[in-house]
Ligand binder design. Sequence first.
Ligand SMILES: Cc1cc2nc3c(=O)[nH]c(=O)nc-3n(C[C@H](O)[C@H](O)[C@H](O)COP(=O)(O)O)c2cc1C
Length: 305
Amino acid sequence: MGEPRMAVNLAGLKLSNPLLPASGTYGYGKEYLPFCGPEVWGAVVTKGVSLERWPGNPPPRIYETPAGMLNAIGLQNPGVQHFMEEALPFLRQYQTPVIVNIVGKTIEEYAAVAEILSERSEVKAFELNISCPNVKEGGIAFGTCPESAAAVTKAVRQVTNLPLIVKLSPNVTDIVAIARSVEAAGADGLSLINTLLGMAIDVKKRQPVLANTMGGLSGPAIKPVALRMVWQVAQAVQIPIIGMGGITSTQAALEFIMAGATAVAIGTGLFKDPRLPTKIIAGIKGFLVEEGFQDINEIRGITWR
Ligand SMILES: Cc1cc2nc3c(=O)[nH]c(=O)nc-3n(C[C@H](O)[C@H](O)[C@H](O)COP(=O)(O)O)c2cc1C
């Protein structure tokens, strides 16, 4: 038997393999060149890009927790102009499709970034991070109610023909309701999950560890929650899913695919082992051969299909 086929179709994008970096943990790829350059991945997902430069939160803004980490980076980024001048020329050198993660404080800001970047041939799809606070609605995150999640999706849908992937927040009661609402508003794919809201206290200082008080929990600690949400959403929508949350092994990546994910992303796991994607790709191929599958697409959603 030959090599198993690893290519997947993600909302019309042809990926050579189903592994992607999780937004914000891979920068634009340059720093990882000695370990896993853009050529390793099925697609590169950039860190969040906003219309103007965002300075981010003051330190301390990361903290290690049992089996995970808290971060309150505050979506620091140099803005879309700088992104086009610095990141795109670097990423253009590779065949790997580029998915740009967009962040915004208003619906108009998301749409403006998408409109500007739709003109650039290097950009193959967008991923909307809707966990950002909506400044016009008292700072409640767009992704926490079906209506505002749909509104931002619809606004971006109107300005671009590129595949539109919406990244869901897990800090909700009913993830399926949000997923359905975003699908109906025109999304071509879903990413889940973003980080879970958490905090830690420094008992000697009698104050929260993070300057921002709260931060996003990621890493293996959140994997069962993420897997459950992917499993629920995959059965409720027709559009493909990028599954993520605590993937640090071949076994974990396979679990997400068997729960119904078309692709999987690695975030916090990269900080511990930046060679992880290469190992997991080899691991998945080995599993498929051992278990008698010829194609990765045969195991997607196999737990419920
Ligand atoms: C340091 C850091 C920065 C992140 N920045 C972003 C971002 O800019 N946009 C976004 O949509 N998600 C961002 N995330 C969330 C990750 O993409 C991912 O959804 C989450 O960390 C769960 O995956 P993991 O457990 O493999 O890290 C960030 C996560 C971390 C740890």
